[in-house]
Design a protein around this ligand. Structure first.
Ligand code: KIV
Ligand code: ZN
Length: 502
């Protein structure tokens, strides 16, 4: 029978440790929501003791995410574990991940503890975390450079104390696949308790370019959880890349193993993480690089046209890529649009629905030379939002601004519960400020804007913009998102979306 491999994503924790990739709370939440869509089993959302911001981000993620477990990292220290629990206590499935170093080099030069002290720290930390949650993960840090007999003693102590996942990290990316296979085999062979309740995990780093190979070696020797990040982003050379291990399992091991990953969400997740974290994906990166499915030589192009499998081991559609000879423009008809939507995985039996999407498509096509898959995705996402029947929706926003005017905005908002049209007008320090104040006036409310973020989400100068906002009302925080070709309109939509959540 095919065995499930749990996917533990640490993009928001190990990945966020990358210089320059610091994320604000809205960005973390957005990535977490996409990871949930991708089908990640466990999201390591942060290291809450490290900063109040991280604590708040993990709290927010815990409240929002429903189908993935939310994990918080803690050193083997009470106050770290208390804070980790504080951050995840509202999650549907909370997990505490505690760790302590086990290699002699770390014991001597980093934590300055004896082996006996580390044993005691392990026992105490796991049982302390266990008082808070049932799902406790323990990692012996720098396991790959640890004495195997000491490592086994430590793992046994962690299991006796209640750990439900034992994660073996190759912290410095030092292990070779042959050595790593032997180490993981020795652990699974000498410790009988690993089963569905007590899971062995591996956490591999890429310093020698072996993170994915070592993760695979882990699976082949009994690991049932893989710790990884999107695009392999992480400390130094990074971590095992989620998309690589997920596609290796799907394309090469599908009789033996499976994951919960919806591979069609891979490219979308990769682009989102790269864009938000400001870390470009190298063009030749396996699975998510722009060249990963591009064929440039004549022989290869000819071979692909004759039979895709001549030069492609994975159908690009499997990872959510929809390369197609058909370019969508304002001259494209309904059948071209339907063909592309089918490829994107959207079937519209109802012609009325398709007609609405086609009309929206024409509006965008009139503004842009080419309509990309991301634009279509936006149309669908916006339709989904419309279908959810929000209380307020934006009817009109008109802004006057420039270097010689005081910025001024007029808005009209529809109250969908009684079809009333509400109007507001205001000036402000800038066009967005004026627009938000006009919305406050129209709805007769007062909220505090806490965060505001604009991103370009499609390509080109005529790109669609996405705005994310966080507002505060009566001590509670609400997030809103809006997309449009015009960032003022996107901002108004995002602000109204956040108000709708109050
Ligand atoms: O690489 C590592 O050892 C870690 C631990 C905290 C699991 O990230
Ligand atoms: Zn790590």
């Amino acid at each position: 029978m095919s065995k499930k491999i749990l996917i533990f994503d640490t993009t928001l924790r190990d990945g966020e440790q990358v210089p320059g990739a610091k994320l604000n709370n809205i960005e973390k939440l957005e990535i977490a929501m996409q990871l949930e869509k991708l089908g990640v089993d466990i999201i390591e959302a942060g290291f809450p003791i490290s900063s109040p911001d991280d604590l708040n981000a993990v709290k927010q993620i815990s409240k929002t995410i429903k189908s993935s477990s939310i994990c918080a990292l803690a050193r083997a220290v009470d106050k770290d574990i208390d804070t980790a629990y504080e951050s995840i206590k509202n999650a549907v499935a909370p997990r505490i991940h505690t760790f302590v170093s086990t290699s002699d080099i770390h014991l001597m030069y980093q934590i300055k503890k004896s082996r006996d002290e580390v044993k005691e720290m392990t026992r105490h930390a796991v049982s302390y975390a266990k008082k808070y949650v049932n799902d406790v993960e323990f990692s012996p840090m720098d396991a790959s450079r640890s004495d195997i007999n000491f490592l086994i003693e430590i793992i046994k102590i962690a299991i006796e104390s209640g750990a439900t996942t034992i994660n073996i990290p190759d912290t410095v990316g030092y292990a070779l696949p042959t050595e790593w296979s032997k180490m993981i085999y020795t652990i699974t062979n000498q410790i009988e308790q690993f089963n569905d309740e007590i899971v062995l995990s591996v956490h591999t780093h890429n310093d020698l370019g072996l993170a994915t190979a070592n993760a695979l070696a882990g699976i082949e020797n009994g690991a049932r959880q893989i710790e990884c990040t999107i695009n392999g982003i992480g400390e130094r050379a990074g971590n095992c890349a989620l998309e690589e291990i997920a596609m290796i399992i799907k394309s090469r091991y599908n009789n033996q193993y499976f994951t919960n990953i919806n591979s069609k969400e891979i490219i979308k997740t990769s682009k989102l993480a790269s864009q938000i974290m400001g870390v470009p994906v190298q063009p030749n990166k396996a699975i998510t690089g722009v060249n990963a499915f591009a064929h440039s030589s004549g022989i290869h192009q000819d071979g692909i046209i004759k039979h895709r499998q001549n030069f492609e081991i994975i159908d690009p559609a499997e990872v959510g890529l929809h390369e197609s000879g058909i370019i969508l423009t304002s001259r494209s008809g309904r059948s071209a649009l339907k063909h592309r939507l089918d490829k994107l995985g959207y079937q519209f039996e109802n012609t009325e629905e398709l007609e609405k999407i086609y009309n929206k498509f024409l509006e965008i096509a009139d503004q842009k030379k080419e309509v990309y898959d991301e634009d279509l995705q936006l149309i669908i996402d916006n339709k989904e939002i419309e279908n959810k029947k929000q209380k307020y929706s934006l009817e009109l926003v008109q802004v006057l601004s420039g270097n010689k005017n005081i910025p001024m905005a007029i808005v009209k908002i529809i109250n969908n519960s009684n079809s009333q049209s509400l109007e507001g007008i205001s000036n402000g320090t800038g066009p967005i400020d004026a627009c938000f104040k006009a919305i406050d006036n129209a709805l007769d409310i007062s909220v505090n804007l806490k965060e505001f973020l604009v991103q370009a989400i499609t390509e080109g100068i005529d790109a669609n913009g996405k705005v994310s906002v966080q507002i505060e009302s009566n001590g509670k925080h609400y997030y809103g998102f809006g997309t449009d070709g015009d960032i003022i309109v996107a901002s108004a939509k995002a602000y109204i979306d956040s108000i709708n959540k109050i």
